[in-house]
Ligand binder design. Structure first.
Ligand SMILES: Cc1cc2nc3c(=O)[nH]c(=O)nc-3n(C[C@H](O)[C@H](O)[C@H](O)COP(=O)(O)OP(=O)(O)OC[C@H]3O[C@@H](n4cnc5c(N)ncnc54)[C@H](O)[C@@H]3O)c2cc1C
Ligand SMILES: NC(=O)c1ccc[n+]([C@@H]2O[C@H](COP(=O)([O-])OP(=O)(O)OC[C@H]3O[C@@H](n4cnc5c(N)ncnc54)[C@H](O)[C@@H]3O)[C@@H](O)[C@H]2O)c1
Length: 475
């Protein structure tokens, strides 16, 4: 039986980081992936195809908006097949970069098979072979939750795993769930020509976002889709050659639809792993319970990415993967922390989220905090581009140390990056003014927000009276 220093189960964002890192540091590594290609959800059914589709939809939407604004006429509708082709090209190009050969060249044994535990050190492959690992890393990701809906078999059912390969765009879609998957994709599908109703059991969209930031996105999104809060789907029925979806909750009614899209959350992929054989414990949602070192209930078995339910983002899986390389390969006891890890949602406008929201800070710090807020009206580039909705909020303690930073606007995920660096270093907001930004860049919104710190101190305090006196004497 072949024995490895590290067996990685799952060739997605988390598993690939661990396999490449461990092999580069000299460990003998097996990477087991059940599909016949690497890349996982992010590449095949998640980040990459969704961002590609969002980009196509954005181009088409703004083309129409601009034409209208300038009195031009644009006719015709984009063919779904053309949008799909663009998505396939993006996935294909990245797949070439992330192919199995790249990992084999690093010394990883890439095995395409489904893995289950035989005991706490042995992994049984669907090919029938068993391999042994001194350390094992579970990185099997998550799958969409598909709640039972009476009569659902009578309508096209979509999830993130099927939407990018469908042959035609349904005319009317009921999206179950207004989380990031539901919102990003409903805006894109609506821009490509579908009528989308989003139902969510929660009472408002974007509940985890800073309220001011969420409001900007809600205003735009609700122009493009219909949103029914505190509502869910009860059943699907057919009559008179039409398919009706019955909604229940705040918006109890029947709507005609062609497809149901399940975007109602994720479940960790643990049910088929036979974790009982290795005595690895899961929580009530099926997520593998991990310590801060990302060790499971078995110290030599680790879990990274969506399967542990901690921070279900690609960069979260990558961040965890690095911690596991340090711990599983070098025997260190590094702990994972998400305190300085941001996320971005690629709605239009885009959302950037880092650390605590104002609501969370208010709860923890009472009124003892500061908010530096700037909007597009004070940023020349944004004025020049007729951008009226961008907004930044930097929230600090009373010494100026950054507790949270939130942004919304075109490419907000990009122009907010300096704040990730600053928050990671425990910097004060006052340091922003030390940096010089090219004029006119969108990033100046960050600088102007930082300048507010000095404006408040230099021009709105006793210090400003003293400075005026000094200047008048010096003159
Ligand atoms: C529509 C959508 C859009 C998203 N957009 C973003 C985004 O823009 N940015 C972002 O950061 N995150 C995004 N995410 C989240 C991101 O895709 C996940 O957080 C990320 O893929 C998790 O990586 P992972 O390694 O944990 O799992 P995965 O990437 O899913 O990899 C798990 C791998 O394990 C394999 N596997 C499962 N069971 C077995 C087994 N028994 N044996 C062998 N192999 C197995 C699977 O086939 C899969 O390849 C998005 C998700 C969705 C659904
Ligand atoms: N840009 C990005 O980084 C990005 C994009 C998409 C997804 N993701 C990741 O994927 C994860 C999963 O996203 P998601 O949107 O699938 O899940 P989610 O859990 O974030 O949102 C699911 C939504 O569905 C609603 N819901 C649940 N059951 C329902 C029901 N029966 N009827 C009506 N509404 C219901 C919930 O109230 C919730 O608002 C996210 O946590 C995020 O980490 C990231």
């Amino acid at each position: 039986m072949k024995t490895y220093d590290v067996i990685v189960i799952g060739g997605g964002s988390g598993g690939l980081t661990v396999a490449a890192g461990a092999a580069q540091f000299g460990a003998k590594v097996a990477l087991v992936e059940k599909r016949n290609e690497l890349g996982g959800d992010c590449l095949h059914f998640g980040c990459v195809p969704s961002k590609s589709l969002i980009a196509v939809a954005k181009e088409v939407y703004h083309l129409h908006q601009s034409a209208q604004a300038f009195g031009l006429s644009v006719s015709g509708t984009l063919k779904w097949q053309d949008a799909k082709r663009r998505v396939e090209q993006a996935v294909g190009t990245i797949q070439d970069h992330d192919g199995a050969q790249r990992f084999r060249d690093l010394g990883v044994d890439v095995i395409f098979a489904s893995a289950t535990f035989q005991d706490e050190h042995s992994i049984k492959l669907s090919s029938g072979t068993t391999i042994k690992g001194k350390r094992i890393v579970i990185a099997t990701g998550s799958s969409p939750i598909v709640p039972p809906v009476e009569g659902a078999e009578q309508i096209t059912q979509l999830t993130n795993e099927t939407v990018f390969s469908m042959d035609e765009l349904p005319k009317r879609i009921v999206m179950i769930g207004g989380g990031p998957v539901g919102l990003e994709l409903s805006q894109a599908l609506s821009r490509l020509g579908a009528e989308v109703i989003v139902v969510d059991s929660g009472d408002r969209l974007l509940q985890k976002e800073d309220e001011d930031i969420a409001e900007v996105v809600r205003k735009q999104i609700e122009k493009e889709i219909t949103f029914f809060p505190s509502t869910t789907v009860e059943k699907v029925t057919k009559r008179d050659n039409k398919t009706f979806v019955t909604l229940k909750g705040n918006h109890s009614q029947e709507v005609v639809a062609d497809a149901l899209f399940f975007a109602s959350g994720r479940k960790p992929n643990t049910d088929k792993l036979r974790l009982d054989k290795a005595e690895v414990k899961v929580d009530d949602k099926g997520a593998i319970i991990v310590k801060e070192t990302l060790q499971t209930s078995q110290p030599h078995i680790y879990a990274v990415g969506d399967v542990n339910g901690q921070f279900p983002f690609t960069h979260g899986a990558g961040h965890e993967g690095k911690v596991v390389v340090a711990n599983a390969v070098f025997g260190l006891r590094r702990k994972v922390s998400y305190d300085h890890v941001p996320w971005a949602f690629y709605t239009d406008p885009e959302i950037f989220h880092l650390g605590m929201t104002e609501e969370e800070v208010r709860y923890q710090h009472n009124e003892d905090y500061k908010v530096y807020r700037m909007d597009s009206k004070s940023v020349d580039r944004m004025i020049a581009e007729n951008d009226k909705s961008s907004l930044i909020k930097i929230i600090t303690d009373n010494k100026g140390i950054i507790l949270g930073a939130h942004g919304v606007g075109n490419s907000a995920g990009d122009w907010m990056q300096q704040l990730v660096y600053m928050k990671t270093n425990g910097d004060s907001v006052k340091k922003i003014s030390n940096s010089v930004y090219p004029y006119p860049s969108r990033g100046e919104i960050v600088k102007h927000a930082g300048d507010l710190y000095w404006r408040e101190r230099l021009f709105g305090s006793k210090l400003s009276t003293l400075m005026n006196k000094y200047v008048s004497i010096f003159r």
